[in-house]
Design a protein around this ligand. Structure first.
Ligand code: HSE
Length: 433
């Protein structure tokens, strides 16, 4: 169904693997929200696949194995390239730009190797080429470098940009797995490139660093000019011994501006366990960007996987749709300024820390836990202390399982009636999820 005045952007999707399938689903789920933000109805007109018979959960009527049906279709305004690699992907993207289509791609290999050519060609055709998903999936690092940090001089980037390497190192450290065992788990979880050698030799990180450094420093940086070490030589002994010394091993990509040039490297490093990057584990990515004026910024989140990747692809599509549609003429398009349904704090759910100041009496703890139990609050840990040098002064400290806040509040109301209560109980919610 068309929204509003019915203006349409038609998408031709090249490739429909895990990311492509998720992109189709996400676009269809968010179609009305996209209209609100852009003033455009964004539709998928054709999907290029290798094997038409394979079941994917996308509308079969859209599927073709003939690229010409997308590249020669004048009604297709925007091509989303999710094929990967640099052969067919490059050929199709060049043809699409030449035919006057905008491009959105998640393909870091393509952008790292041919970005300069593709971008200048798109500029000549006055078309957009966007690649937010090519680095760190759903983390908006490219848009931040391109827009939010456009005012600053970037001096330093250091990031965990390969989810597979980070997952392997985390698994080796946390579960004493060998490199091969951890790699097998990473493959099973779908974090790796089709050829996992790209991940574990550091090539994938180098491609991502080439893209980030090109945007950050405004010069053309080739993947081949980046010193690159992988983690394929990593031994369990290294993880164990460095851990004993207070370090974690992390695989990072670094770009550093010096007075006399730019340092670029991808390699494992030892980081103090308290370092912020030491606490970014498994498939999560994090990038520290340091601007001369802004100082250090940290971007972190899931750096791999169909959902965050397709969300980043869709964000590029929305950006292009905004420029084409009515979105660009309004501030904060998509914000309806109506009052949302707010959830009352009493209806939220958390686990809690509860400290009850008491005068020490026989059965004091029992009376408290009984009240909590009767109110449906389950205790996960209980602790009690007597305060030194204060006769009969104590605290009962409890951690609870998750419960609706109103339950623990009614329990506290009853606790207020207890004769041995010495002061006002402290209630603190645990965590923020
Ligand atoms: N194989 C990549 C990684 C996927 O592990 O980070 C996202 O680029």
């Amino acid at each position: 169904m068309q929204n509003g005045n019915g203006k349409i952007i038609n998408i031709g999707l090249l490739g429909c693997g895990n990311v492509g399938t998720e992109f189709v689903r996400l676009l269809s789920q968010n179609r009305d929200m996209i209209y609100d933000k852009t003033g455009m109805n964004v539709d998928i007109k054709k999907i290029l696949v290798k094997d038409k018979k394979k079941k994917r959960g996308v509308p079969e009527s859209l599927v073709t194995n003939n690229p010409d049906e997308i590249l020669d279709d004048k009604k297709i305004d925007l091509v989303v390239e999710l094929i990967g690699g640099t052969d067919k992907a490059k050929e199709y993207v060049l043809r699409a730009i030449d035919a006057g289509k905008h491009i959105v791609t998640a393909n870091k290999a393509l952008i790292a190797a041919h970005g300069k050519t593709l971008i200048s060609m798109a500029n000549n055709h006055k078309r957009r080429i966007s690649f937010e998903a090519s680095v760190c999936a759903g983390i908006p690092i490219i848009r931040s470098l391109r827009e939010s940090l456009a005012s600053d001089r970037i001096d330093f980037i250091c990031g965990i940009v390969n989810g597979t390497c980070n997952y392997i190192l985390t698994q080796m450290g946390s579960y004493n797995l060998t490199f091969q065992e951890a790699l097998k788990k990473a493959i099973e979880n779908g974090f790796c490139e089709p050829d996992p050698a790209l991940d574990i030799t550091g090539k994938d990180s180098a491609q991502k660093l080439a893209i980030l450094a090109t945007l950050a420093f405004g010069s053309s940086i080739e993947t081949s000019s980046i010193y690159t070490e992988g983690i394929d030589h990593m031994q369990q002994d290294d993880i164990r011994i460095t851990s004993r010394l207070g370090f974690k091993i992390k695989h990072v990509a670094i770009a550093k501006r010096h007075q006399n040039g730019i340092e670029l490297r991808v390699n494992p490093v030892l980081l103090d366990k308290k370092n912020i990057l030491s606490n970014v584990d498994n498939e999560f990515n994090a990038v520290i960007v340091s601007g001369a004026a802004t100082g250090d910024l940290i971007f972190t989140g899931k750096g791999a996987g169909p959902m965050p990747t397709s969300a980043a692809v869709l964000s590029d599509v929305i950006e292009i749709a905004k420029e084409t549609g009515e979105g660009k003429r309004s501030n904060f398009n998509g914000v309806k300024w109506s009052n949302p349904d707010l959830i009352k704090i009493d209806d939220t759910e958390n686990s809690f820390y509860l400290r009850i100041p008491i005068y020490d009496r026989p059965g004091a703890i029992g009376s408290i836990t009984t009240i909590l139990g009767e109110n449906g609050v389950s205790i996960s840990r209980a602790d009690a202390e007597l305060i030194p040098d204060k006769v009969n002064y104590g605290n009962v400290c409890l951690l609870t399982h998750r419960c609706v806040e109103s339950r623990i509040k009614s329990a506290i109301k009853e606790i207020f009636n207890l004769q041995f209560l010495r002061g006002i109980p402290t209630l603190i919610r645990i965590g923020y999820h």
